[in-house]
Design a protein. Structure first.
Length: 709
């Protein structure tokens, strides 16, 4: 697989697969998600129920009238109307003829006739209200000499219903009017309390659900972060050679935070909005199918709009994330190399480079904002247009008596609720697309093959002696470009070999093969007669210690840097190692072993950092020791202390020394001269000087330079 040092901005078509991989991380928390699902159902029921309560309050208590019927007064018009309307759609009260408005209009249209009608509003007292008001008192109004309250005819109205012309309400005295509306007032109070109770319950349920989802989201992200970190720790060295550290930092921090937003917000919103859409749609169809289809037409336009913008927004997010990764990589590298930048006074050049990268990120974010700036208002405009259509058609239905005012108000609520999921998807689109782009990059790392820590060829037996042998080893980091070309040599147990040669000759590459930092193309590297390719990596790394020129010091105490974050460091053992190596500078450190060191050991000299690396190697008592240019950056005053420490740590250990100062390796068992990936000379110091080859020339040149200095 290609490394991620190249920016992955190409379009991918594995959204379903990608989402399936992300959802696997939620599997351990299925029971919490199930509870959240139940809570979401409760919240959905609340959202659907509240407009229905408002509808009941308006139609049953606030405005219990109906405009379904029209009055026909002229005799000839009555005769015409009777001829086109069935008996169940008409009735006579108080000498007036009333007809169902919709049925009369339909009949007249079919017959080609016309009549003069008067719009009326009938005040309706339902059977339940009538019982609460008192039937005797109502019947008293019905039986009055000039009645204006009537017993409603059946089957047009349910049995026990009383009706009157709404204009007749003025004939009631204030006391009578209060009596007539007393049941309505009581009903409104009951519905208000019910509404308040539902809202309070929804608040509690919503709070619990939000906390639950945040917990689930953070736990899932914790698991992903741990898995990613563990995976990165076990990746081969070749991966880190081609991957900037700043980019890895972005993956473990920013990209994973984007996933946290998706788990705790976007995904659950999709489920909630799905329930809400289904529930609201069912209720709206039960109230009025025609108006529901009107809203469905607008929703279709919104869905098409979302599909059109989806690809563009996701691509914009991917580009933005890539640009941000470049910024992080640039900043991380420049902070690490800030001394070089200042030393060569190239601040302005680096500033221009950063401005160029920063400009790319800014333009990517502006492009994303432009897409969202068009998409979101369009969705909002369509939602407003849907309300306008609802008022137009719904108002017409009310005037025709085919729709109650409460139902229209309820539809207005439902229209906002109906488009709320779509609008929230628009709001969450950034989160979803950003998370998908981040997940894509994270899985690029997760899919990188790990180093085989325990090879399948491991026989279960590790060597007990630690000689080293290279047998015709070939190595290439890039196919076709060999770094090592047939390297063969051996180091007996307890023996020492030094590698010398020009920069880039392959010395460090040779040392990296002993602990199997890299896989070889051909040949074998043996430790104690066993091929290192068949040994567990943990055994190799515990058996082989590296002391390098560039010593990495972690932020923490001297003790923890030597014991390398051993959970229970042996302080007495560390103190003995410090005394053994003659680390006199420790006496001047406040707190001694507990003195706090800065990251990379910036409050220590290079010699002091090197001595800490020696102590670190001794603490773990390795059987093989590799020194890679360990004294090349040491001042003359410190060199004597370092050389004494080296002699001590090499005692009894198989060792390979990569040396820049040839004077430091005169006592090793054998010196190998490495040139262009091959061993050109081999022997002791005296033998190589006597031979008069490359080594002699290097030694004489270095001796001359030291004399002149």
């Amino acid at each position: 697989m290609a490394g991620i040092s190249n920016d992955e901005t190409q379009e991918r078509s594995f959204d379903t697969t990608l989402m399936a991989r992300l959802l696997k991380f939620a599997r351990p928390y299925w029971w919490m998600l199930l509870i959240s699902l139940v809570l979401i159902c409760i919240l959905t029921a609340k959202t659907i129920a509240c407009p229905l309560i408002v509808r009941q309050a308006i139609d049953n208590y606030i405005d219990p009238t109906t405009a379904r019927f029209v009055r026909v007064d002229a005799l000839e018009d009555v005769q015409t109307a009777n001829g086109v309307v069935g008996g169940v759609d008409r009735f006579v009260l108080g000498g007036h003829s009333y007809y169902d408005s919709t049925e009369l209009t339909k009949g007249l249209r079919l017959s080609g006739k016309s009549v003069q009608t008067t719009d009326v509003s009938l005040y309706v007292v339902t059977p339940d209200k009538a019982r609460q008001l008192g039937l005797d008192r109502l019947n008293g109004y019905v039986d009055a000499p000039q009645p204006f309250v009537f017993s409603a005819p059946q089957p047009v109205f349910p049995a026990g219903t009383y009706i009157m012309d709404a204009s007749s309400l003025q004939r009631f005295s204030p006391e009578e009017h209060a009596w007539l509306r007393s049941v309505d007032v009581a009903g409104i109070k009951r519905l208000s309390l019910l509404f308040l109770a539902i809202v309070l319950l929804a608040f509690v349920v919503g709070y619990i659900n939000r906390v639950l989802l945040e917990v689930v989201g953070q736990r899932i992200v914790y698991d992903i972060r741990v898995q990613l970190f563990e995976h990165v720790e076990r990746l081969p060295f070749s991966f880190f050679d081609r991957t900037p550290s700043g980019r890895l930092t972005t993956r473990v921090t920013n990209d994973i935070e984007a996933l946290a937003d998706m788990y705790s917000q976007a995904l659950i919103n999709i489920v909630r909005d799905g329930f809400l859409l289904v529930g609201v749609t069912v209720v709206m169809f039960s109230l009025n199918a025609f108006l529901t289809w009107v809203l469905m037409a607008v929703l279709t336009a919104v869905v098409v709009l979302t599909a059109v913008f989806r690809v563009s927004i996701r691509n914009a997010h991917r580009v933005a994330r890539t640009c941000l990764s470049r910024i992080n990589s640039f900043i991380a590298e420049r902070i690490q190399g800030v001394r070089v930048v200042q030393l060569f006074a190239i601040e302005e050049k680096e500033k221009k480079k950063f401005q160029k990268i920063n400009e790319s990120y800014t333009l990517a974010r502006l492009h994303l904002m432009l897409l969202n700036g068009v998409f979101r208002p369009l969705v909002g405009a369509l939602a407003t247009f849907a309300v306008a259509l609802l008022l137009y058609y719904g108002g017409g239905h009310i005037l025709a008596g085919a729709l109650s005012f409460g139902t229209l108000v309820t539809f207005t609520f439902y229209t906002q609720i109906f488009f709320q999921p779509v609008q929230e998807v628009a709001e969450q689109f950034d989160t979803i697309q950003q998370a998908m782009a981040s997940a894509e990059k994270i899985f690029h790392i997760v899919d990188e093959p790990q180093e085989e820590y325990v090879p399948e060829t491991f026989a279960g037996v590790v060597p007990h002696e630690f000689s080293i042998e290279f047998q015709d080893v070939h190595l290439s980091y890039t196919p076709g470009q060999e770094i090592l070309k047939g390297i063969s040599f051996n180091v007996e147990q307890g023996g020492s070999v030094a590698l010398v040669g020009a920069t880039g000759a392959g010395k460090t590459s040779i040392t990296g093969l002993v602990p199997r930092f890299y896989g070889i193309d051909s040949g074998r590297v043996l430790l104690g007669g066993v091929d290192v390719a068949t040994l567990p990596a943990e055994f190799l790394r515990q058996s082989v210690a590296f002391v390098m020129q560039d010593v990495f010091i972690f932020s923490g105490t001297v003790l923890h840097n030597i014991a390398l974050f051993d959970e229970h460091p042996d302080e007495q053992k560390v103190a003995e190692i410090v005394d053994y190596l003659g680390m006199g500078f420790m006496k001047g450190l406040e707190g001694g072993l507990h003195h706090h060191l800065y990251e990379r050991g910036n409050n220590l000299s290079s010699g002091e950092r090197q001595l800490i690396s020696f102590a670190r190697a001794l603490y773990f008592d390795p059987k093989v020791l590799i020194l890679d240019e360990a004294t090349s950056d040491i001042d003359t005053e410190s060199e004597a202390v370092i050389q004494a420490a080296i002699r001590k740590i090499l005692t009894g250990r198989t060792s390979i020394i990569v040396a820049h100062r040839l004077s430091t390796i005169r006592t090793v068992d054998r010196i190998l001269v490495v040139q262009k990936g091959q061993i050109s000379e081999s022997g002791t110091h005296e033998e190589l000087v006597a031979k008069g080859g490359i080594y002699k020339n290097l030694y004489e040149l270095q001796s001359l330079s030291e004399e002149e200095a």
